[in-house]
Structures are given as C-alpha cells and as structure tokens.
Design a protein around this ligand. Structure first.
Ligand code: GDP
Ligand code: IMO
Ligand code: MG
Length: 432
C-alpha cells in the first residue's frame, strides 16, 4: 500500500507552497488540501500566467490529476465560485478533476461578519485576520453548530442556514455591529449573501464525496497522494504564537484529521521555507527587521500578501523556529524558496540562537511578549544573479555555504531550491 506524502509551510505562511505543489504534481495522482480556507493564497506561475488559488488545491492546472478539498478545509461558496470562474477564464473546467468532501464546513456570510466584529472589538490587540471568517467557522465546527457541504444536498438546507444565521445576528447585535452597512468584497451584505446562495448550484456540479473513503481507497490501490498545507507551522492553533495564529492545525497532525488518514500512512513530509522570514498580521517575529534591509527584502521579494495585498513584515531566517517546525511535523526533506531574493545582498544573516532572561537558548518562550534578542551568524552574499542556474553544482560557492550551513544546523536534507516564482525555476538536489 502507498503512503501519503505531505507538503506544508514551516514559517508564518507564504513560503511558496503553491508553486512547489504545482511543480511536484506530475509525481502524484491526487493532490488534497487538508485544512484552512480562503485565508490562503497560493500563487502559481507558468507560461506567462500568474494565478492565485485560495481554496482549490494547487494541482488543478494538471488536468489529468485529481484534486480533493478535504473535510478539514472550510469553504466560502462566494469565493469558491469566483475561483471556479477564474479557472474557466484559463480554460480549466474544475468540475472535471476536483472532488469535495461532504464533511467540509461552510463559511457563511455571517461568519465573515463575526470575524470583522471580533477583530474590531480587539482594538489594540488585533490578530490581523484575513477577515475571511476563518475563526468563527472553525469555532462553530468545534461548538457543533456548523453546516457542511453535505448539508447543501438536504432539502431543509435553507432552514438550517437561516437558523445559524439568526444565531450569528444575535451575536452581532450584542457587538452593535451594523451588518447591513458592512461591505464584503465590495458588495453590501445582502448582495453578498445572495451571490453566496446562488453559488450553491455551482458547488452541486462538483463531485461531493466521502473523501476519507476515497483517499484511503486510493492508497490501497497504490495511487500517490500529496497533502497540501495552508498557512504555516508558526500559525498552528496549538503550537503557533497563540493567540496570533489561525484556527486550524497547520502541522502534519492536521493531515490525519483533515483527510481521515491514519498516522502510520504518512510517508515523506516536505517542509517548505523561505531563505528569510516574513509574517503578515500581528504577533511575535524575533528576527523582524525595521530598517532598510527589511525594506530591501520586501521589495526584492515582492512581499505583499496574495490574499489581502498587505505588506508583509520581513526579517532574517530564524533557525530555532525552523527546528521547532521540523520537530513538530516530522520533516523528512526541506525545500528552500526565494533564494534569488538575496542575490543583491552583500551579507546575509541567520539567527541560530535567541537570548532572553540572561541566557542563550533555542527554545521559543511561552510568553509571546518576552523581549527576545536574536543572535546571528553572518555570511558573505554571492551578489550575482542565480535565476538562470538549473543545477546545484553551478551555484556560487557562497550560496552553497549558506545552504550547507542551514542544512547541517537543522540536520534535514534540503532536496530542492526555488530560484524564482516560475514553475521551471526549481533546482533539485540529490542528497543522501
Ligand atoms: P504560499 O501561500 O506558500 O503558496 O505562497 P504565496 O503564493 O502566498 O507567496 C509566495 C510568493 O513568492 C508568490 O508571489 C510566488 O509567486 C513567489 N515565489 C515562490 N517561489 C519563489 C522563488 O523561489 N523566488 C521568488 N522570487 N518568488 C517566489
Ligand atoms: P497561505 O496558505 C500568511 C495569517 C493572517 C493573520 C493570522 C490569522 O497563503 O500561506 P485568519 O484569517 O486565519 O484568521 O488569520 O494568520 N494568515 C496567513 N498568513 N499566509 C497565509 O496562508 C495565511 N492565512 C492566515 O494574516 O495574521
Ligand atoms: Mg500565501
């Protein structure tokens, strides 16, 4: 029997997961998203096309491969419909190769309003949520109030919808939230809700399945599956910098619950990380740079959110947190992305330890307000364009030293290096 491979982010999201999944898709039969929702923005670039996916797995452009939205994902019908239409413009008919779990929870329009109301009430301590309704939808899931894709197929769906909506409106009233005057995606609430409801007919055109049976049958039949993560390990609801996290388990454990795959059926676990760090939204970021070097990373790396357009916070690579992510996920191989962004830097720093409470340590403290001083190792940059290079041996020596240092510090092989946003800018490396 085959095992399922996993690909996920090791930092605060936006590590380039979408690009890498698209590159690896030819090696697999099935690509399955296991958590998160349209808070994700996964960018793919090829043949002059730049495409951002939010809910749909990044294997969708390979029309002979099956894509699955698992039960651990949450789906907004309005955004899903928009994604389906965008794919149509690129001549991709997603109904042909996308299956959706009956157990996937629905983000109702009022979940988005609740997200906005909760964020507004937090005043000085906002999470910096993408405002896609993620927190309230997962809350309703665990509170056992949620609605699922399978419910759309039942005759009394609208009744269930109205019941949950009216509970939400009661809460919104407690917050004095004027929802009728709140815009969602530049539409009034009523217009947005109407389009959300209209999209029920769109999702019904898809294969709505018991995805846990489907995926386990695939493994039985020796089909190869890759699970695609969203967000990043440091945004995990249990292990991230709580409460500045998302509301799902972004780690390998999330594959088991989010797809119905037993732990002993997990195969390779591929961890994607940038050659530096970024974070969008609030929360601790020990190596964050507030100077012109941080600005240079933002400009060279085009670090503006794929989902919200917000400028991303930028800083140096943080090895203690990378090691933590490797430990939590059981990473077997690493993929380093956006190395080309450092092409022009005369020197490159890597944080290999933290200093706080008068000690040097690699432990991330429980107290997110603790003042951490990152301790750095400094490397000479390679100061040249590496974007055209297609084999590892051709990389400049200074770049190889940087890669070797990171690899030996974390003790996991780096098997691929991404040198640009395009599908073909990926250098694979055979490491024993
Ligand atoms: P994801 O959420 O992990 O899929 O990542 P995003 O798509 O949100 O953000 C990654 C951004 O970096 C996108 O704009 C990608 O096109 C781009 N990107 C991915 N890999 C590379 C790379 O190796 N070099 C550069 N310069 N850009 C990259
Ligand atoms: P991908 O899959 C980067 C961040 C938000 C906010 C926090 C909580 O593209 O890597 P939420 O909307 O989940 O309640 O927001 O998490 N966040 C992401 N940051 N990439 C993402 O996804 C993110 N999804 C959520 O900015 O700080
Ligand atoms: Mg992203």
């Amino acid at each position: 029997m085959e095992r399922i491979d996993v690909l996920l982010g090791l930092q605060w999201g936006d590590e380039g997961k979408g690009k890498i999944v698209d590159v690896l898709t030819p090696d697999y039969d099935v690509i399955a998203r296991f958590q998160g929702g349209p808070n994700a923005g996964h960018t793919l670039e090829f043949d002059g096309i730049k495409h951002v996916l939010h809910t749909i797995p990044s294997g969708i452009f390979h029309t002979n491969k099956v894509n699955v939205i698992g039960n651990g994902v949450i789906i907004d019908l309005f955004i899903f419909n928009k994604e389906v239409n965008k794919l149509k413009e690129r001549n991709i008919d997603a109904t042909r190769n996308l299956k959706i779990s009956k157990k996937t929870h629905l983000i109702l329009p009022t979940h988005r309003l609740l997200d906005a109301a909760y964020e507004k009430s937090k005043e000085g301590s906002k999470i910096g949520s993408t405002l896609k309704g993620i927190g309230p939808t997962y809350t309703d899931k665990t509170a056992r109030n949620g609605l699922r894709v399978g419910d759309l197929l039942t005759p009394d769906f609208i009744k269930k919808y109205n019941e949950l909506k009216s509970k939400h409106i009661d809460i919104l009233n407690q917050f004095n939230f004027d929802y009728l005057n709140h815009t969602l995606e530049n539409l009034s609430f009523n217009e947005y809700e109407q389009q959300w409801l209209n999209a029920i007919d769109v999702i019904k055109q898809f294969d709505i399945i018991d995805s846990e049976y489907y995926l386990n049958d695939c493994l039985q039949n020796n089909k190869k599956i890759i699970a695609e993560g969203a967000q990043g390990t440091l945004l995990d609801v249990d292990f991230g910098s709580y409460p500045f996290v998302t509301s799902s388990n972004t780690t390998t454990a999330g594959v088991c619950t989010g797809l119905g795959i037993a732990p002993n059926k997990i195969g390779k676990v591929l961890g994607v990380f940038k050659a530096y760090c970024t974070r969008v939204g609030s929360g601790p970021f020990p190596t964050e740079l507030f100077d012109e070097v941080g600005e240079q990373l933002r400009i060279e790396g085009n670090e503006f959110g794929s989902t919200t357009g917000r400028p991303r916070r930028c800083g140096w690579l943080d090895l203690p947190s990378l090691k933590y992510a490797i430990m939590l996920n059981g990473i077997t191989e690493l993929i380093m992305t956006k190395i080309d962004v450092l092409n022009t830097f005369p020197s490159i720093k890597v944080c290999d330890k933290y200093s706080y409470d008068n000690k040097e340590t690699e432990i991330i403290p429980f107290d997110i307000n603790k003042e951490i001083t990152p301790l750095y190792k400094e490397f000479d940059g390679w100061q040249g364009n590496i974007n055209h290079i297609s084999t590892y041996n051709e990389f400049p020596e200074n770049l190889k030293s940087y890669i070797n240092y990171v690899e030996s510090a974390v003790n996991v092989p780096i098997t691929a290096i991404s040198t640009g946003p395009n599908r073909n800018k990926t250098v694979f490396r055979n490491v024993k």
